[in-house]
Write a protein that binds this ligand. Structure first.
Ligand SMILES: [Zn+2]
Length: 406
């Protein structure tokens, strides 16, 4: 039940009439097999075509391995016995450009570096070939790109056909395929001959620019990401706009961007260092002021402080600084969406600050909190400034009471 593949002889044909041989379901989706089709099925690194059959959208096209039939996966079942097919030309041509570009680029790497293509992938977001030489120099990649574009400029004819056995023996294929019987060959005149079942342009000039975007070493292979034609232009447009936008924001020419960025990075590093120093000084000063304003109770100094929306890490640092002085206790509260309560003391004292903390948290109805006898912390709920003050009072009352009892 194999399907005649019209794209083998004419990649440019987008409309066709065909008989429906069978209608079936594939994973619950309606699928049709036709006696002939222009739709390219996903294979050989090239994604399938899209389009319509009698108005039904062709969502996917695959080859059934058992008999080589081409399955058209549709958005709704076909009712007619004959169908009119329409292939989406923009998508088809994009893959024709890239597939032909790939043949040429692969041959360019063979000629300039004896690097063979061992993998090929095309999708909507990425076009890559994998080379068997992972250490190609950037200049070699540039040279291959130049050679490929020269072939495009020369507008060499591209031919796809099924050669006879005798003719095949005279062709120097880039890679001999592991198949039995006859197979299709694609030749870029005077440059490259290779077995391929995909869709290609008729003349190299139609490919437009072939541009390598980047290379990436992956174990024993080099992955080469490239774009052709419309996609290469789109990529250039995007990057050009991005570069000009960056240059405008940095008020420099785009060739000076690396130097401008290096300056910015150094400046940023120095500023961060200065900021850390200034913050440490400010915190030390704040701790000093808070301690000086503390009250004497039972031979120790008690420091109480309330804040709004203060960073928890900074709050802990502040408390650490205050209680680094001997015979000092501190209870502080930060109101806000994630309120914090800290109860801490210097190491030369005995009062259990976890108990102090719990007294304060009880005012908020919060149980999340704990720590060491010398440093306890809790909170996490939404607490108003008034509630923060109330928690401080409850904790302080308990401390004073404990102080009096000694
Ligand atoms: Zn091909």
């Amino acid at each position: 039940m194999s399907t005649e593949r019209l794209y083998y002889t004419d990649s440019y044909r987008t409309t066709f009439e065909a008989a429906v041989i069978s209608s079936t379901l594939l994973n619950g989706a309606p699928a049709a097999i036709l006696d002939r089709t222009c739709f390219y099925p996903t294979s050989g690194g090239q994604p399938h075509d899209t389009g319509t059959l009698n108005g039904a959208a062709v969502l996917e096209v695959i080859v059934r391995e058992a008999d080589g039939a081409v399955l058209h996966i549709l958005d709704r079942p076909l009712s007619a016995e004959r169908v009119s097919g329409q292939v989406d030309w923009a998508r088809r041509f994009d893959y024709m450009q890239h597939h032909t570009g790939q043949h040429i680029l692969s041959q360019a790497f063979v000629r300039l570096a004896r690097a063979e293509t061992v993998g090929f992938h095309m999708s909507a977001d990425s076009i890559t070939i994998d080379l068997d030489q992972p250490d190609l120099a950037p200049e070699t990649v540039d040279a291959a790109e130049d050679l490929a574009n020269q072939v495009v400029t020369e507008d060499r004819p591209v031919r796809a056909w099924f050669p006879t056995g005798d003719e095949l023996a005279t062709l120097a294929l880039r890679k001999v395929p592991d198949v039995e019987g006859s197979f299709r060959v694609v030749a870029v005149e005077g440059f490259d001959v290779n077995a391929c079942g995909g869709t290609h342009v008729a003349r190299a000039g139609e490919i437009g620019l072939i541009k390598v975007l980047r290379t990436e070493r992956r174990g024993d292979i080099l992955r080469v990401e490239f774009r052709c034609g419309g996609r290469a232009l789109h990529d250039y447009r995007l990057k050009n706009a991005l570069l000009h936008q960056l240059a405008a924001e940095m008020t420099t020419g785009f060739t000076d961007l690396p130097a401008a960025l290096a300056r910015l990075r150094d400046e940023n590093k120095a500023l961060r260092r200065d900021l850390r120093q200034a913050q440490a000084q400010a915190l030390a000063h704040e701790a000093e002021t808070l301690w000086a304003a503390g009250e004497q109770t039972g031979g120790a100094r008690l420091v109480l402080a309330a804040f709004a929306d203060r960073d928890a890490g900074e709050l802990r640092q502040l408390v650490q600084q205050v209680i680094s002085r001997p015979s000092t206790m501190m209870v502080c509260a930060a109101s806000g969406a994630k309120a914090q309560l800290i109860a801490a003391r210097s190491e030369d004292m005995a009062l259990d600050m976890v108990t102090v903390l719990k007294r304060g948290l009880a005012v908020w109805g919060v149980e999340r909190g704990g720590g060491r006898p010398s440093f306890a912390q809790g909170g996490g709920s939404d607490v108003s400034a008034a509630q923060a003050e109330a928690a401080l009072r409850a904790a302080a009352d308990y401390i004073r009471q404990m102080g009096d009892s000694h």
